[in-house]
Structure formats: C-alpha cells, structure tokens
Design a protein around this ligand. Sequence first.
Ligand code: FAD
Length: 393
Amino acid sequence: MGKNEKVDLAIIGGGLAGGLTAYFMAQAHPGRSIILAEQNDELGGNHTWSFFGADVSPAALELLKPLISRSWAATSVEFPRVKRTIDGEYHSIRSEDFNRVLKEKLGDKIWFSMTATKVTDTTVLFEDGSSIDAAAVFDARGLQQIPVNGLNGYQKFIGYDVTLQEPHGLTAPIIMDATCPQLDGYRFFYLLPWDQTRLLVEETFYSDTADLNEERISRSIKSYIERRGWKLKSIDREERGVLPIPLTSDAIVTSNAGEPVLLGMRAGFFHATTGFSLPDAVRFAEFLAKAPELTTPTARESLAKFRRPWLSRQRFYRLLNRLLFQASEPSLRYIVFQKFYEHTDDVIQRFYGGRTSWTDRVRILSGKPPVPVSLAIKNFSERSAIERIGSTR
Ligand SMILES: Cc1cc2nc3c(=O)[nH]c(=O)nc-3n(C[C@H](O)[C@H](O)[C@H](O)COP(=O)(O)OP(=O)(O)OC[C@H]3O[C@@H](n4cnc5c(N)ncnc54)[C@H](O)[C@@H]3O)c2cc1C
C-alpha cells in the first residue's frame, strides 16, 4: 500500500530544474510543505553543469555556493586565429555534489525511487500506488523529445573525467579549443581542470545529426590528450549529451488548466545556441520563490511573465544558429564562434547567460561577420529556412 500526502508544493523530477526549485523554495519559505519526487535513487543524474558567475544574481550565487564543485576566476578559448582569456568567475556543479547537498538541505522532503505515472494541476499518482494532493504541482521531468518544434541542429558531446600521470599545467577551464581538425560540423574540446592531475575532457560537435559515434570519440579524446603532451592514467567517469539547437522556432511547451506547471527542459527553457538551461532554471526558481502565494494557476501566470522577454532574446539566438548551421560549409562553422570571441568579456558573458542586450545584438552582427547581415536577415529568416531545409530534409 503506497503513501498519501497533502502538501503545498509537489515537484516531479529531481534533476537540475526540479532540485533547484525545491531548494530555493525551501530556503525562502521554510514553513511550506514540499515534496520533490525523483524516479532514481539519487538526484541530478550524471552531469557537470557549468555557468558564469554573472549568469545568476548575487543572491542566487550565494545559495548555489554549497552545491558548487569547483570555481575559477577566468576561462579561455583557442581558435586558429583567436586565443584569449575571458575574465569572470566560472563555476561547475557536479551531480554528486548536487545530490549530496540537496539531500542534506531537503531531507525527508525528497521521495526517491518514485516514478510518477499521472500528473495533474493538483494531484500526482505514482507507480507503487502512492499519491500526493498539492496546491501547486510542477512537472520537471526533463526533455520530452528530440527534435523539438521546427528545424534543429544538435550540440552533442561525450566527456571523460580523467586522471593524468603528471600535472596538466592548466589553471583555468578552456571552454572551446577549436584548434583541432573540423569534423561533423563545428568540433571543439572543452577542458575543466579539477585539480593538478584530474580534469574533464569533452569533445563537442555542433552537428546536423543527433548520433554520437562513441568508438571514434573515445579514440579522439585519447589522442587529444596525447597531442597535449599528457599521459593518461585512468578514465574515471563518462558523461554524454545530445541537446537540440533550434533553428526556426522555440522549444516552449506550455501547459493548460488542469495540467501542472512545466519547468526546465520540459518547458523548453534552454538557451537556443548553447543548449544550456542552468541560468534559466536558477532565475525561474528564484522568481517563483519570491511569489507570496503559490498555487498551480499563480505559478503558471508567473511563468508567462518570465517567458515574455526571454522569447525575444531566443529569437536572436536562433538567427545566430541559422548563421552557424546554414550560412557556411559545416567545416567552416568554427569561424562564426571565432569571430564571436573577439567581443568583450561582458558581451560574451551576457550571451552565455541568455541576457544579450539590443546593443550586444548590433555588435555581434556588425563588423565583418562570416555572412553579410543583410543576406542573413533576407535569406535566413525563419520562414525561408523552413522552406529551404524543409524541402531537402
Ligand atoms: C551531460 C550533460 C551536461 C550538461 N551540461 C550543462 C551545463 O554545463 N550547463 C547548463 O546550463 N546545461 C547543461 N546541460 C543541459 C541541461 O542544463 C541539462 O540537461 C539539465 O539537466 C536539464 O535540467 P532539467 O531539470 O530540465 O532535466 P533533468 O536534469 O534531465 O531532470 C529530469 C529529472 O526527472 C526525473 N524523472 C523523469 N521522469 C520521471 C518520472 N516519471 N517520475 C519521477 N521522476 C522522473 C529524471 O530521472 C531526472 O532526474 C547538460 C546536459 C547534459 C546531458
């Protein structure tokens, strides 16, 4: 016989968005009864989530501090013609720390190993017969499907946490090393140095296809390590992902009366160009935690307000995606990023945080882009992209 509870808030899915929303809510309203239900026996899956400090408010960063596995004062990028440092804090949260800290902070508010089978605006039913009645129900069960609406490219990657035989000498993350031969679209390596001998080495592609050639990527990560003059001691962990990069329409999924409020990737809240969702998950968790009243309808209204300015910026990021995916040969895609990294630290960080201003947009599209902007606007509108690609795919 399952359990039955009545609470103020039920959150289904203990990944990034669900976990952070439960945590922010519990900190802001200790008196509120909350259940965070997760199908696995740990929160957060198997990820390394990274973000710039400027992506989130100082208050949110303070709350996130216990979850952060490692921070750095700067990052760098390497391209054939641009090699530079980007000043500004960069942080990474590993799933193991996310799980450990949220377990400490939320205690018996978490229901582990509970698979939700039916989720409405006021009730949740689980596989084992348990149920929850709640004034507010949030559905944070992750991305429902790829591809999302419209036409998509993909950001796909495999990363290894490795230990080297000797110190690697890196003091800061290299968020893009695109000095490698280009293959399967835009290809680069991402490096996070955990300590002197351990680091995450990830091979990433902005590709037209969603498939990951595991065997080839495994070989190429190992030969990249060798090319850097490093000697591999062990591969300690692996993570992988395939994230949609929307070209023609947002991935937003809205819910209606009678349904729960959708959060995180499930709601389509991710940066159209980077595929990342942490900044939005944090901002929305913070926004919701400030609301004095909490029911499914009031949270749905808050989400609609939050979405409006967000949608306008995502339109700009999709234009960049079309420049990236459609304006040049796949092997020349790196030039779009190489040019982007000539901008100031502030412009780069606002872009990653999904906070690109109108002035930034003009700056990013001005100068000598790989494709003339007039051509981009004319030939790379969402409609013409659909007509062009729709007929060939
Ligand atoms: C390997 C990887 C690395 C990434 N790195 C970054 C990064 O550095 N920065 C960034 O911003 N973004 C990153 N992303 C993208 C994105 O932020 C993550 O995918 C993020 O985890 C999405 O958060 P979410 O809460 O929407 O979904 P998820 O984190 O996937 O959480 C969904 C949760 O719901 C649970 N669930 C599903 N169905 C049920 C059910 N029926 N009942 C109960 N529970 C259920 C799942 O087990 C899971 O725990 C990364 C993605 C991947 C795959």
